[in-house]
Design a protein around this ligand. Structure first.
Ligand code: PLP
Length: 386
């Protein structure tokens, strides 16, 4: 075979998938590695898709998505996120992944640079690398409660930096960026003339009665692209529907990226997404409450055992410090899987400086989650004892 492209050969697989594949070899493994809601998609959303298919909504749609969905999404970001947006600014994409990919494509030339946090969701680095966009990292540290600090980001900005990416609520740490830090980030973007991508796919998963701050509510919209998804909010991971809200002048370019790559999201899924946004929202509240209660259960186990972790204010992950094991997280996660049959994701999957932590996903039933956490504590304690 002749060589495939450098970019695809160079791209590392997601460390989350790697551990998932290994855990699948162990039939009784407890899976705490995947960020996939364990809830079914609510019935009224499934019904809307079936109805759409039966009524003949089975053709290509406009690249930007169907009008009903762009309108419903614009209404939602105004109502829920406080972001002023018109339907023309909304681009419906096959999952938030495609919104992120298309945004980087629309904003960067080869050799340009995007700044992402360490730790951060592995796909950011993968999708940038595939487009020959260089990845710079900025730290998020437990001593700052994992809040991204503008003064720690600034030294990483170069003449090539085009994009600052932030993710709140954050996968993998569960951090919700507070208003002041968000303001500082926006100011930094202003000072250095950067685009700001705000990945808000966990916007509805905020605990303790809080809400996440969208940077686009803090002024200067014309450099911000806010990205949302149906995957987590409505347990719709397999439907592949997300959207970007872009400044009016940029939206046409984002729409343009869709034609040669995906053309559009499948039509019944778009109709299902309309039903999700326009229909009852109790399902969202119920899922949020379940994640919050699972979080509380896991925190209780860790507190009792004196294991340090980052208290998550949102998303559905717990970022646990396994430094006490004397191992790096990659070795610890391997040992936990092989000896205790529990799969968690090692922090190294989220950034080179994060391999002292593991990520536990709260997207499993409470019984399994508590059992898995107890085994993790046992593994940590065993590692302590010489
Ligand atoms: N952004 C973050 C932070 C995620 O964790 C995920 C999925 O895990 C996505 C984006 C992608 O979501 P989607 O399923 O809509 O592509």
């Amino acid at each position: 075979m002749r060589e495939p492209s450098n970019a695809i050969v160079r791209m590392k697989r997601s460390g989350i998938r790697e551990i998932f594949d290994r855990a699948n070899q162990i039939p009784d493994a407890i899976h705490l590695e995947m960020g996939e809601p364990d809830f079914p998609t609510p019935q009224h959303i499934r019904d809307a898709a079936a109805r759409a298919a039966n009524e003949g909504h089975t053709k290509y749609t406009p690249n930007a998505g169907i009008t009903e969905l762009r309108e419903a999404a614009a209404d939602k970001v105004v109502r829920r996120n406080g972001v002023e947006a018109t339907p023309n600014q909304v681009v419906i994409t096959p999952g938030a992944i495609a919104a992120l990919y298309g945004t980087v494509m629309a904003l960067c030339n080869r050799g340009d640079e995007i700044l992402i946090s360490d730790p951060s969701w592995p796909n950011y680095a993968m999708l940038a690398g595939l487009q020959d966009v260089r990845v710079g990292r900025y730290p998020m540290r437990p001593k700052d409660a994992m809040q991204p600090r503008a003064d720690l980001i600034e030294p990483s900005i170069t003449a090539k930096t085009r994009i600052l990416l932030i993710n709140s609520p954050c996968n993998p740490t569960g951090t919700v960026v507070d208003r002041q830090h968000m303001r500082d980030l926006l100011q930094l973007a202003d000072e250095h003339d950067l685009w700001l991508i705000s990945d808000e796919v966990y916007d509805e998963m905020v605990f303790d009665g809080g809400t996440a701050v969208s940077p686009a509510t803090l002024g200067n919209h014309d450099r911000i692209i806010s990205i949302y998804s149906f995957s987590k909010t409505y347990a719709m991971t397999g439907w592949r529907v997300g959207y970007a809200v872009a400044p009016p002048e940029l939206a046409p370019y984002l729409i343009k990226t869709q034609e040669p790559v995906t053309a559009c999201v499948n039509a019944p899924a778009q109709m299902a997404a309309v039903a999700a946004l326009r229909g009852p929202q109790d399902c969202v509240n119920e899922m949020r409450e379940a994640y919050e209660s699972r979080r509380n259960g896991v925190m209780e186990i860790l507190d009792r055992a004196g294991v340090p972790y980052v208290r998550p204010s949102g998303a559905f992950y717990l970022w646990i410090d396994i430094g006490g094991s004397g191992m790096n997280a990659t070795d610890f996660a391997r040992r936990l899987l092989e000896d205790h049959h529990v799969a968690v994701t090692p922090g190294g999957a989220f950034g080179p400086d994060s391999d002292g932590f593991v990520r536990v996903s709260l997207a499993s039933a409470a019984g399994l989650l508590n059992e898995g956490t107890n085994r993790l504590v046992t593994a940590l304690q065993a590692a302590h004892t010489p």
